[in-house]
Ligand binder design. Structure first.
Ligand code: SF4
Length: 282
């Protein structure tokens, strides 16, 4: 079967940098931990585990870690996590993506100037939890139209709106409009990452031209889930797969072209495996 790969697919530079940080450390030191899985990709996380890298799941567990090297992943963390890492004689290797770091800096400075921070994103996503921690004051997280419509701000304090990096641009603009229409004093900073936008646009561009669309990524990866919903709108035969093991798909006899895209935490070798499998077996 013929395949077409989205122009932008797979590892973004932020994830690439964070993962490379950990692999580089393997030659230099022992006792390496990552605060949370370094990326939403089970293959990479399992490989690192086999090489002795431990995943710290939460703050309680982190508080027990001593004399180790702790890597912060691309999502970033609130300031208290840096303090917790340093408290126990650990070394901190900061893999926070520069695009996320920029949001931390905006939130810190705007909140210091007196703005109330609004984050458009998922309230439970680690990146959003990290961003929240950089505000000096109250933060409100808005995820959907219901949240935006229910949002009430009972003071003259100006608002600063930022976004989770992986949020859909159209949805962000829709939610911002709802908040603006309430008449508040609003400063909007679009902090959606270009890597996300590029992946979404190039997936969208091929999804309407193919018979089947495969979206590769970890089940917990929010940017992969968003790619899936964008593709599904254009191509009803869209499948979310983590790798070749999930490719047990009934192929319609009329199908002749398979489109492939992948979330920002999918390594190139997994994309190549899927592409080769489809070429040979579909
Ligand atoms: S998607 Fe963008 S913000 Fe997120 S890690 Fe990649 S480059 Fe950084």
């Amino acid at each position: 079967m013929e395949t077409v790969l989205a122009t932008h697919a797979g590892f973004c530079f932020g994830v690439d940098k964070a993962v490379r940080n950990v692999y580089d450390l393997l030659d230099k030191t022992d006792n390496i931990c990552t605060f949370g899985p370094i990326i939403h990709n089970d293959t990479v996380v399992s490989d690192l585990k086999e090489k002795g890298v431990r995943v710290i799941e939460n703050e309680e567990e982190l508080s027990e870690v001593h004399d180790s090297t702790v890597v912060i992943r691309a999502h970033g963390v609130p300031p208290r996590i840096y303090d917790l890492i340093k408290r126990n004689n650990n070394e901190c290797v900061d893999g926070t993506c520069p695009v996320v770091k920029r949001i931390h800096d905006i939130v810190k400075s705007k909140s210091e100037e007196g703005y109330r921070i609004i984050i458009i994103g998922s309230p439970v996503h680690p990146e959003v939890l990290g961003i929240k921690g950089w505000s000096e004051g109250d933060v409100c997280v808005i995820e959907n139209v219901d949240d935006a419509e229910a949002f009430v701000h009972e003071s003259s304090q100006p608002l600063c709106i930022v976004s989770q990096t992986t949020f859909n641009l159209n949805k962000f603009q829709e939610l911002v409009e709802i908040i603006k229409n309430k008449g508040y004093n609003v400063n909007v900073v679009n902090t959606i990452c270009n890597a996300t936008k590029e992946r979404q646009e190039s997936a969208d561009a091929i999804a309407s031209k193919v018979d089947i669309m495969l979206v590769i990524g970890g089940k917990n990866s929010s940017n992969t889930q968003k790619l899936y919903s964008i593709c599904k709108e254009k191509c009803p035969q869209t499948y979310f797969v983590t790798g070749v093991d999930d490719l047990k798909i009934d192929i319609p006899k009329t199908a002749s072209l398979v489109g492939i895209t992948a979330g920002a935490s999918t390594p190139n070798n997994i994309i190549e495996e899927v592409q080769n499998y489809v070429r040979i077996n579909f």
